[in-house]
Design a protein around this ligand. Structure first.
Ligand SMILES: [Zn+2]
Length: 304
């Protein structure tokens, strides 16, 4: 479970979202048995999705963030909903690359490809936007997505620090959004602060080291002060709220059954005749679901 802090500056020119997602990224890495680079890649996508999910207005609103590339990771996909559930997977969790300039090569893991964001916010059709990957480093790509597809100026930072034992030391994210009608002065003041800022994992780790006895809310408030404390008084930040996000998969036997019913009568017949049983594995949480011959026949009969 993580929290997302939302804050607004005094002049109403920009909003800041912050989160520490260490526990959720560790959970994802454990479930998917990710390599170090894959842990960072999946964790960054999950953290970005957590920050975007916190901006959904209704519980039933959903979003999907999909990175596809020609690199060894092939695909990273994450979903979130307005009640704060997030989940995700990486097509090849074992894919790994040597360090590049001393850093995990997330961009190389994805390669050349694109990013698609699908938002289902209760309109007739879900909104979908696709852009070419800028670097495959995730935060830069999401920033470009907002600029190109949603005409919004944002500054996004996402980080996952992976230890030598392949453990998640810390993970966190920042999402800064200029609000409509904001002038040049607040933008310049913000830019000056962002220009001096260290990577988000630096702040997340510092706060984590001092976290004994503190609530998640207090930790995020400290992180906000560390990162944005040098903003001029007229643009100082006030916390608006904290939203909860958590790793959660909503798969079930019934849902998998419905999925089996969509593969087509012919294919299902083939599975029944050749294997006499089926095992489905959830992409997101790797739960396994078994279907015996009798149940497969029942699904077969149910297909019109
Ligand atoms: Zn699942």
């Amino acid at each position: 479970m993580s929290k997302v802090l939302t804050a607004i500056d005094r002049s109403g020119s920009f909003r800041v979202y912050l989160t520490i997602t260490t526990a959720d990224c560790a959970e994802a890495a454990r479930i998917h048995e990710t390599s170090p680079t894959a842990s960072a890649a999946l964790g960054r996508v999950l953290t970005g999705t957590a920050l975007m999910t916190a901006q959904l207005k209704e519980e039933e609103h959903r979003l999907t963030v999909q990175f596809k590339g020609d690199g060894p990771a092939k695909q990273i996909l994450a979903c979130g909903n307005g009640s704060g559930d997030i989940k995700g997977y990486i097509a090849d969790p074992y894919a790994d690359l040597p360090l590049k300039n001393g850093k995990l090569d997330v961009g190389g893991l994805l390669g050349i490809g694109d990013l698609t964001v699908i938002k289902d916010i209760g309109l007739k059709e879900p909104y979908s936007g696709t852009i070419a990957l800028v670097s495959g480093e995730i935060a830069e790509d999401l920033t470009a997505y907002y600029y190109i597809s949603e005409q919004q100026n944002t500054s996004i930072g996402l980080g996952v620090k992976v230890g030598t034992e392949n453990q998640i030391i810390c993970a966190g994210g920042m999402f800064v959004q200029m609000l409509p009608g904001a002038g040049d002065e607040p933008a310049d003041a913000l830019e000056a602060v962002l220009g001096e800022m260290k990577p988000v994992t630096y702040y997340a780790e510092q706060v984590q080291l001092r976290s004994a006895g503190k609530t998640e809310e207090a930790m995020l408030e400290e992180m906000m002060a560390d990162m944005f404390g040098s903003l001029p008084e007229e643009y100082s930040l006030t916390v608006l709220d904290f939203k909860e996000v958590r790793w959660h998969c909503d798969c079930s036997h019934e849902r998998m059954k419905s999925a089996l019913a969509t593969i087509g009568k012919e294919d299902l017949r083939q599975i029944i005749d050749e294997d006499g049983e089926a095992e489905l594995v959830c992409h997101f949480c790797r739960s396994k679901y078994q279907f015996g011959k009798e149940e497969l026949e029942e699904i077969y009969e149910g297909i019109g």
